[in-house]
Ligand binder design. Structure first.
Ligand SMILES: [Zn+2]
Length: 431
């Protein structure tokens, strides 16, 4: 089978003909493209088919998906058209490449697809291309997806903040957490009031713009359709949610609350380790961090023995640990009234424990009792593990696999992994 036959199978360039292929001196497979006889060219600006004005003397090269490890390039002499609509001479639009890009759209989709499975560096290495080309390919796919996604039928939102970089840099992420669909909707720098406010505004404007474009008869408000919003206890978020989503049920979710417990426990343990050391005791607490932070059923045998040993001792860390373990029972209640009763008793006991970081948690729980109990009220309407799942997925796919330095690249990678975006149409699926 000839190379041209293969290429014709996976492409469909109307008005163009593939002809002649050869390996050049650098081991690249060059494929010629020419316009079909008597065919007009499309205006690069408005798309109108127009008469040819002139043809470039030199062919331009467009990189295509490699075949059997050989880089493949389409060679084509670009035409210019005199467009009546635009009233000027414009470079033509070709179906294999958007804008001034030197990579064909098909190749960009191909690289972007791999960039969901491998890190960008690995993709670049595997296909003998550069990190930048992978970056721009993912960017192309994500920009297409964002332009073509719809924001209808979003009724549950999750707000999550993620720490990244070396300093205390934060990102704010807005997720759709409906049980029928979960995806990343928006991402912004920092975790201030302005961040979240900007996020809400951006989504509202996008929703309005898209409804206008399709001539929606009964346009809806994006924020107006939100019935549930989940977030952490973070003052800036609480303020903005109160202002912009006064009608939605606000839920302080389990995942974020348990994160506070882990941080408090870490604090108690660190303080106690320091104190014991200063008083000359054996370093019993060293290397015990995971014994206290992991759920009991996840401990290794060794860690289990260590935990048993530690539990025998009258340590503040142990008391804090037991308070935390006891609190897990809270989430198993079905009725808000019983959960409330438990919460009251737990807080009362904890306030008498003399362990400051745990007392801080009790105070926090008391102060935000309403939204915490909403968790039980709205339990049936959304899957409460979603925020945790998305947070985990972000950490696994974006943070660990990529290690980006710029916000832009981070944002593109996040949408690529978690945005559930529509993909550009292709005539052939390459894997
Ligand atoms: Zn035009």
């Amino acid at each position: 089978m000839r190379v041209i036959t293969v290429l014709n199978r996976c492409t469909e360039f109307k008005r163009f003909v593939l002809e002649g292929s050869h390996l050049d001196g650098h081991g690249r497979l060059m494929v010629g493209v020419r316009p079909r006889r008597n065919s007009k060219a499309a205006c690069g600006s408005c798309g109108q088919l127009s008469p040819t004005y002139d043809t470039a003397p030199e062919a331009r090269q467009f990189e295509f998906v490699p075949l059997w490890g050989f880089p493949v390039f389409l060679r084509y002499r670009m035409r210019r058209v005199s467009c009546k609509t635009c009233e000027r001479v414009v470079v033509e639009k070709v179906p294999w490449s958007t804008g001034k890009h030197h990579l064909t759209d098909i190749y960009r989709c191909f690289l972007a697809r791999w960039a969901r499975k491998l890190s960008w560096t690995e993709v670049a290495r595997s296909f003998q291309t550069s990190w930048d080309k992978v970056y721009h390919s993912v960017q192309y796919v994500v920009e297409y997806g964002l332009a073509h996604r719809r924001l209808d039928q979003v009724t549950a939102l999750g707000v999550d903040e993620i720490q990244f970089g070396k300093g205390h840099q934060y990102l704010t992420l807005l997720y759709q957490i409906d049980s029928h669909r979960r995806r990343l909707l928006w991402m912004g720098e920092k975790r201030t009031k302005k961040t979240l406010d900007d996020g809400f505004t951006a989504l509202e404007q996008e929703h309005q713009r898209k409804q206008e474009a399709t001539g929606e008869q009964e346009p809806t408000s994006f924020l107006g359709q939100i019935a549930i919003i989940c977030s952490d206890i973070w003052k800036a978020y609480l303020t903005v949610i109160g202002l912009r989503l006064p009608e939605a049920v606000h839920i302080l979710d389990r995942f974020h609350i348990m994160q506070h417990f882990s941080k408090a426990l870490d604090k108690v343990r660190a303080e106690e380790t320091r104190r014991l050391k200063a008083e000359g005791y054996d370093p019993v607490l060293s290397k015990s961090r995971w014994c206290f932070l992991k759920r009991q059923e996840n401990l290794t045998d060794q860690q289990g023995l260590k935990l048993d040993e530690l539990l025998q001792m009258n340590l503040r860390t142990v008391k804090a640990y037991l308070l935390k373990e006891d609190f897990q029972r809270f989430w198993h209640y079905t009725y808000p009234a019983w959960a409330e009763k438990f919460l009251r008793r737990w807080c009362f006991r904890t306030m008498r424990s003399k362990i400051e970081p745990m007392k801080d948690i009790a105070k926090m729980l008391r102060r935000h009792q309403g939204p915490i109990l909403n968790w039980f009220r709205a339990k049936k309407q959304f899957n409460n593990g979603i925020v945790e799942g998305l947070n985990l997925k972000w950490n696994l796919t974006v943070r660990k696999a990529f290690g980006f330095r710029t916000f832009n690249a981070l944002q593109i990678a996040s949408f690529h992994q978690l945005g559930d975006l529509p993909v550009p149409p292709a005539t052939h699926e390459f894997y």
